[in-house]
Design a protein around this ligand. Sequence first.
Ligand SMILES: Cc1cc2nc3c(=O)[nH]c(=O)nc-3n(C[C@H](O)[C@H](O)[C@H](O)COP(=O)(O)OP(=O)(O)OC[C@H]3O[C@@H](n4cnc5c(N)ncnc54)[C@H](O)[C@@H]3O)c2cc1C
Length: 380
Amino acid sequence: MRDVLISGGGVAGASLAILLGRAGLSVELLERARFPREKPCGEGLMPAGVAALRRLGVDGAVQGAPFYGIRYHFGRQIAEGSFPAQNSRPALGMGLRRLHFDQALFRIAAETPGVEAHEGVRVEVPVIENGRVVGVMVEGQVRRARLVVAADGVHSALRHALGLERAPRRRRLGACIHFRLAEGRRQPPWVDVFVERGHELYVTPLPQNELLVAALTDAGSYAGPLESRLRLWCMQQPELAERLEGAEQLTEMSGMHPLSGKALRGYAPGIVLHGDAAGFLDPITGGGMTQALMCSELLAASILRHPIGSDAWMPEFERRREAMLSDYRAITRALLWLADHPALGKKVLVTLRSAPALFSHFLGVAGGVRRLLGPLPLPS
Ligand SMILES: Cc1cc2nc3c(=O)[nH]c(=O)nc-3n(C[C@H](O)[C@H](O)[C@H](O)COP(=O)(O)OP(=O)(O)OC[C@H]3O[C@@H](n4cnc5c(N)ncnc54)[C@H](O)[C@@H]3O)c2cc1C
């Protein structure tokens, strides 16, 4: 029997498999899709995520376009905030194409000794014996493991089957399109966020002069097809419209709905929810991949500190995970609220523009390298 079975080979599942395989555990990693595959995402990896990739030793296998921080546009007001410096060096985020990044991470996991990885395999339901998850069903066959990890994304089938699902209050949706800029045009090294009443646009620099435009909005808040609406929103931002002049559209629009997913609890006997499956509030602060990578480190350390097959460590792990993500969630809620109240959002932006250190501090919290209160940076 395997030590750990992971359902879902995205950022959370693949990074956890790498850590556990390297530590000598036997791991089965099952992924429904076949790589390369697109994943609707803003594709901005925050500085703490970049540092986590470095610690994982896979940064060399990932191509990214660096960015220094975020530029918020509320109407005609613009404020540019840099991530706070780490060890006297500017902290950088990285724009990366999920098409390539997820494939690279999955391949590294598949090549890790102790990891057996399969693509094109859909995990159906958990197998429960005496009140404990002991494996999963795949194509009518039972696959057993001492521990199951549900890393199957924001709409986690395992979370649903276990009755751990909590309905999200808000029904937001996201849509993404990739472009290659025309010769001579460059995407500046910032993620641009355009906040308008009813929607936000994210523009992320990517390698090879590509860029991603992602829109977040409430379901039912616009008329007509979303793709034409997204194009219209781009054209309504003069700076963005100019940047996109002559650009080649590289992908069809891909979308996701709803954006958030909630769990009643992040674990049950024999199983831990991980990454978006454990709950995801909203991509407005762009930290989902970073959180997945950081939580993989925490989860791997927790698993490795205890006898495999014991569940006693799970409540403590959950407490530590919640503590690690609490600041991030607070800042996400605050930003969602400001996006709903753009007049106030503009005022906050003007204030932050005149207080760059405070602005940078908040971006450090969103980027996973600062605590909201307290001077200490998070370990990097
Ligand atoms: C519009 C949008 C914009 C975003 N912008 C950003 C951003 O800029 N920066 C950022 O860091 N994050 C962003 N996020 C969030 C980020 O995409 C997620 O937080 C991140 O992908 C979570 O990783 P994960 O591995 O938990 O889930 P996923 O990446 O979703 O991976 C889950 C995997 O599980 C597989 N799977 C699902 N069901 C099964 C099954 N039954 N059996 C087997 N496999 C299964 C899926 O195919 C998938 O590969 C954004 C999200 C959205 C929707």
